[in-house]
Design a protein around this ligand. Structure first.
Ligand code: SF4
Length: 361
């Protein structure tokens, strides 16, 4: 049987597990191609208008797999949780219904419930899938191979590789050896690019931001590179409700406090994303506390590469100037004058020395 896996949402975190699992059970896995304009346009057309762009992109990938009899079934798990109290966002929970109501004709959807409080629940889920979709296969062998593929993938990411470089074993992508150079920390500037994996690693969606930073000689660090154990040290009194949001927030704090000496943070956010409204604000607080500059790039289906390039260039330029000693650049709404920091919002505008100096200059 040919099982289609859309290159969106959970793909960037769990593809090695599910690809290996289905392959070991004797099925052929077909992964949709890299996001492109056709896929995005198709997704926008099929999906409801008020959805976030990553979910629209998922619709586009589903449309690609469903067209022309490419696959016999599409694997679309309902991801609920992966071992923490936090769940995936409500749109993940309702994906199967959303997708089946958006399309008139679809191959059968394989929709297991990913409520994975512990590894045995995952095994149980695999067992159910095997009984239904591959009664001849050995679930234990498939499960073990899938676990080791996933562990290997996670180790590689934590060592500083990007998912795109590790996942080409599971897709038909041509490996791009150039991209490996994005991560090594040789760049003069170090920037944490924080956001959900399906926005940070989908280069069409984010206007090729990582490659752009690489070309500018910036070393990039993402949330997935922070081991889970370290992230947990930064749990809040009250965590957020959503899994990926907690990962971004906790990993962001680890990176900001690490010996890497991060120069700034690029927050990749998605228009119409509810959880992002909280994550963006909390990240901003954390950056302010540590006097680190942060910029938010909000993605939607209209976002053009030109606009993203301009903002990234301006941000990197500002970081470079700060690093060269120009510490009087405005940061988080403050103006720094020498050793003294003046918060203009607390004074009438005319009394602010920096503001009046600027007015006269
Ligand atoms: S977390 Fe935000 S971007 Fe991700 S699926 Fe949910 S609403 Fe969309």
């Amino acid at each position: 049987m040919r099982i289609g896996i859309p290159r969106a949402l959970y793909f960037y975190s769990y593809l090695p597990f599910w690809h290996t699992f289905w392959t070991k059970l004797g099925h052929k896995v077909i992964v949709s191609p890299l996001t492109n304009k056709g896929i995005l346009d198709h997704g926008v057309k099929e999906a409801s208008t008020d959805l976030c762009v990553p979910v629209k992109v998922l619709h586009g990938h589903i449309a690609y797999l469903a067209a022309k009899d490419k696959v016999d079934a599409i694997f679309l798990p309902r991801m609920v949780n992966v071992g923490t109290k936090a769940t995936f966002c409500p749109k993940f929970l309702g994906l199967p219904e959303m997708v089946s109501s958006a399309f008139c004709q679809l191959p059968p959807l394989i929709v297991p419930r990913g409520d994975l409080g512990n590894p045995w629940r995952l095994f149980d889920l695999c067992h159910k899938l095997q009984r239904q979709w591959a009664p001849e296969g050995s679930v234990w062998l498939a499960y073990r191979a899938a676990r080791s593929a996933q562990n290997r993938f996670q180790r590689e990411i934590e060592q500083g590789r990007l998912p795109m470089d590790c996942l080409h074993n599971y897709t038909e992508d041509v490996p791009n050896h150039d991209r490996r150079a994005i991560i090594p920390s040789g760049g003069a500037l170090r920037v944490a690019v924080l956001g959900y994996p399906y926005a940070v690693y989908d280069s069409f969606l984010n206007g090729n931001s990582l490659k752009k930073l690489h070309k500018m000689g910036v070393s990039v660090y993402t949330a997935d590179m922070v081991p889970l154990g370290e992230q947990k040290r930064y749990r809040r009194h009250k965590d957020l409700f959503w899994h990926y949001s907690n990962v971004v927030l906790q990993a962001g704090q680890v990176l900001l406090d690490s010996t890497l000496k991060i120069d700034g943070v690029i927050n990749i956010s998605n228009f119409a994303c509810g959880p992002d409204a909280m994550v963006g604000k909390l990240l901003e607080f954390e950056c302010k506390k540590r006097a680190k500059p942060m910029i938010t790039l909000t993605l939607d289906e209209q976002t053009g590469e030109g606009g993203i390039n301009t903002r990234i260039e301006a941000f990197v330029d500002m970081l470079a100037r700060r690093k060269d000693g120009a510490h009087n650049l405005s940061l988080h709404g403050q103006f720094s004058t020498g050793f003294q920091t003046v918060v203009c919002r607390t004074r009438p505008r005319g009394d602010c020395p920096t503001a009046s100096q600027q007015a006269h200059s």
